[in-house]
Design a protein around this ligand. Structure first.
Ligand code: XMP
Length: 319
């Protein structure tokens, strides 16, 4: 892609001009945005970059491993991997309100990140994979008044506190452009084409209090749902697809016995930028197949429902 090749060169020149011979720390989330930002910055300034991956234990199945392998193994980019799953679970204990979850996660994320940044020491710059929609969604929503529907956590006041300057090489780009840039930079297709994933992760896909047991159930069910979507050849036409574990238990039958287990909701939407979205009109046979597999393979779920709400009036996530 000619325009992305040109953009890449331009962006690299801009990063070099901004950073000089300074040190940069980049927070990796495991998602496409921060990964593309990190690879781009690494191309620009090489070993002046260190990545920090605060693993909050709220990622999808196998995702944390994949990120570490990609960065250490494939790109050989210096990466600090902090396994903070237990700390995040404690911080989330008994927290039910969606915004309170985001705040708890955001606060702890900053604390953990800040400590790692101090250990690395001497970095004058902090890199983030902020996109254009992140910039505008925090200012206005659907052309309406200036409100924030959901507070997206990022590293907040950290740059000022640590006297660091922000490097945000993706600030002018939309998601599809970031994907094109990622391809241009040689990131694997499967990685670049990944559905967006929210910073607070599975915590906002477990309405009500988050527990390790619920996260484990959700992770398994979500992986089966996505597997069926891939097998049906639908992954790339869908913007985001995921499961939500509801804090509701219902009665079912299994063999000769009665079950009393959780309800799982499936969600899939098409969208251009996440600002508006339409629910995906799956074939009922597909939904039946996914539901049967989930109920048979995941202990703790005995009923599956499909969400047919578009955005607006719904949001993409349930919290
Ligand atoms: P909603 O649910 O607001 O989601 O329609 C729009 C897009 O934003 C993602 N999302 C988040 N991303 N932190 C994030 O980094 C968050 O707290 C958050 N909440 C929602 C959501 O997955 C969708 O892509």
């Amino acid at each position: 892609d000619w325009s992305m090749a040109a953009y890449r060169e331009e962006a690299i020149a801009r990063i070099r001009a901004q950073v000089g011979d300074g040190k940069v720390i980049c927070g990796l989330s495991g998602g496409v945005d921060s990964s593309v930002a990190a690879v781009l910055i690494h191309e620009a300034i090489g070993e002046q970059l260190t990545c920090v991956f605060v693993d909050h234990g709220l990622m999808r199945k196998d995702e944390a491993h994949e990120v570490v392998n990609l960065f250490r193994g494939h790109y050989n980019i210096p990466l600090v991997h902090v396994d903070a799953a237990d700390m995040f679970l404690s911080a989330l204990q008994d927290v039910e309100d969606p915004e309170a979850k985001r705040k708890a996660i955001g606060r702890l994320f900053i604390d953990v990140f800040e400590e790692e940044a101090r250990k690395i020491g001497g970095a004058g710059f902090l890199a983030q994979g902020t996109l254009y929609p992140d910039v505008i969604e925090s200012v206005s929503f659907s052309g309406g008044p200036s409100v924030t529907i959901k507070s997206h956590h990022n590293v907040g006041g950290l740059p000022e506190r640590m006297n660091m300057k922000l490097v945000e090489p993706l600030r002018e780009l939309f998601k599809d452009e970031v994907r094109a840039l990622g391809k241009e930079l040689g990131l694997p297709d499967a990685f670049v084409g990944r559905h967006p994933f929210p910073g607070p992760g599975l915590a906002i896909r477990c309405p009500g209090a988050v527990t390790k047991e619920k996260l484990d159930i959700l992770r398994q069910a979500d992986a089966i749902y996505l597997d069926e979507i891939r097998k049906a050849g639908l992954y790339d036409v869908i913007w985001q697809a995921f499961a939500v574990l509801l804090p509701v238990r219902t009665v079912g039958v299994m063999g000769d016995g009665r079950t009393y287990d959780f309800v799982l909701a499936l969600r899939a939407v098409t969208s251009v930028d996440g600002m508006t979205a339409d629910f995906y009109p799956f074939d009922m046979n597909f939904l039946g197949r996914a539901a049967t597999r989930i109920i048979n393979e995941v202990r703790g779920v005995n009923r599956v429902v499909y969400d047919v709400t578009s955005k607006p009036p719904g949001t993409i996530e349930w919290e």
